[in-house]
Design a protein around this ligand. Structure first.
Ligand code: SF4
Length: 221
């Protein structure tokens, strides 16, 4: 096996190549298509504990009806719940989306603040969501959005031994060259959803298996 840390840039480039065959995570797709931080935020809130396919479908349906805080505010809670019903925890999520939209309209002139710390003040917005909005809503390069995949796989690869996503975020910022930060969430989510599954990963198909302690076998690619 080759040293994982030494080869970090190579591993990221290989993963980028591997994940071209898979669809982008939903927040990235929405960010690229709409350039709307609010839509990225809402799709991210909808996506928590929900499959990307369902989130994508529900997000598109919602945005056909309402895609700004002002438009969400015009919807009744009942109507919003009806639209987003297929996502898990739709009752809690509908309340969160309503609350956030109300505060954005009242205090932020209807705009999502381009400020990580301001975003973190909202109930229902945690580090992952705030980082996703900064990265895929505002296209900022100083953030890494760590979700379960980006927490699990670098630990599996032996890059670090961290206990939670926040620690992972800090470690990644130390060891990964900054030019890759923006892409990290995308490629690790796609890799984690399609190849490096939590149980029974498809190691034989994995582009980076020669750098993985789980395989421990050098293969030239
Ligand atoms: S070799 Fe297997 S465990 Fe290691 S990164 Fe690839 S899929 Fe994951």
């Amino acid at each position: 096996m080759q040293s994982p840390i030494k080869n970090i840039s190579k591993i990221i480039r290989l993963l980028k190549k591997e994940t071209k065959q898979f669809e982008n995570p939903i927040a990235t797709e929405i960010g690229e298509k709409t350039r709307s931080p609010f839509m990225v935020l809402v799709s991210c809130l909808l996506s928590l504990r929900t499959m990307d396919k369902v989130t994508g479908h529900v997000s598109r349906k919602l945005f056909e009806i309402a895609k700004t805080p002002q438009e969400i505010n015009k919807l009744s809670l009942k109507k919003l719940q009806e639209i987003i019903r297929p996502v898990n925890f739709y009752i809690t999520k509908s309340k969160r989306i309503k609350d956030i939209s109300r505060i954005l309209a009242k205090k932020y002139n209807g705009k999502v603040p381009c400020d990580f710390n301001e975003l973190m003040k909202f109930k229902g917005i945690g580090r992952k969501t705030a980082n996703i909005v900064m990265t895929y809503g505002f296209f900022k390069k100083d953030y890494i959005a760590v979700d379960i995949h980006l927490h699990r796989i670098p630990n599996r690869l032996g890059w670090m031994k961290t206990k939670n996503p926040h620690q992972t975020e800090e470690e990644l910022k130390k060891i990964v060259p900054k030019k890759y930060w923006q892409d990290l969430n995308d490629i690790f989510v796609a890799h984690g959803q399609n190849i490096c599954l939590p149980i029974s990963p498809f190691c034989s198909k994995c582009y980076i298996n020669k750098y993985c302690p789980k395989m421990g076998v050098a293969r030239s690619r």
